[in-house]
Design a protein around this ligand. Structure first.
Ligand code: SF4
Length: 234
């Protein structure tokens, strides 16, 4: 289940400014495998499970031994929700150890998000593209909508993340997602834009696109009116 560990990280728990959740140090656990195949994915070895998994009991021991240093655990991947009930049990166990939990998800498994939400302190949900067929899912966007609808109705803290990969993300995509957020009545939300890095990617075809920069993102946003309660970070 767990194919990578980063013992101490800062950027992976950035907090949610609009909800008053501050950034924090965390340990990141990378769950292997994923139901999507985003060409630009930079976690190839985790997605393809190219290494041996860690023993789960040893992971618990490691976390307990560092409890005085790290309060938060970031469950990342890959896509952790593919483990369904095993993930829910794992997160429940972490909660009994009094860890705070952030879960990274591509949002295409709404039933698992629902089952686990009471044990998660906040979610980071990816919005990848409008056309999920580009990452091997016929209905990914609709499932993502279901996840966002559920989290917002439950008033569960979550942030949005998007990698600015040019074939997936342009001005039309941003306008479209803003409309969707408006239609779902999702307000006061933080949306983090991450630059695309063309070096370490899942599929060779992603390398033909130039890496994107802060300047590129600024330029992309320049003609778009961003509502006051949508907080873009990059
Ligand atoms: S970017 Fe995320 S959702 Fe896409 S293949 Fe990689 S781990 Fe899966």
């Amino acid at each position: 289940m767990i194919y990578g560990i980063q013992k101490t990280a800062f950027v992976d728990c950035p907090g949610i400014p609009s909800k008053g959740i501050p950034p924090s140090l965390c340990t990141v656990l990378f769950f292997g495998g994923c139901n999507l195949r985003c060409p630009y994915c930079h976690n190839k070895d985790i997605v393809l499970k190219n290494t041996e998994p860690f023993d789960v009991d040893e992971v618990f021991e490691l976390l307990i031994s560092r409890k005085h240093l790290i309060e938060w655990v970031c469950i990342s991947g890959g896509e952790p929700t593919i483990y369904e009930d095993k993930l829910v049990d794992f997160v429940k166990s972490l909660k009994t150890m009094n860890f705070k939990i952030k879960l990274d998800t591509n949002g295409t498994n709404p039933s698992v998000v629902k089952n686990i939400s009471e044990f998660v302190d906040y979610f980071a949900v990816d919005v990848k593209t409008i056309n999920y067929k580009l990452c091997n899912s016929s209905d990914g966007f609709f499932k993502l909508m279901d996840t966002l609808w559920y989290l917002s109705r439950m008033d569960k803290p979550f942030l949005l993340r998007t990698t600015i990969y040019p074939p997936f993300v342009g001005e039309y995509f941003i306008r479209y997602v803003l409309d969707v957020l408006k239609n779902l009545n999702i307000k006061n939300i933080d949306w983090f834009f991450n630059a695309f890095d063309n070096k370490n990617v899942l599929e060779e075809k992603a390398k033909v696109y130039p890496s994107t920069t802060g300047e590129y993102i600024k330029n992309l946003l320049k003609d778009i009116e961003i509502p006051e309660d949508i907080h873009i970070h990059f």
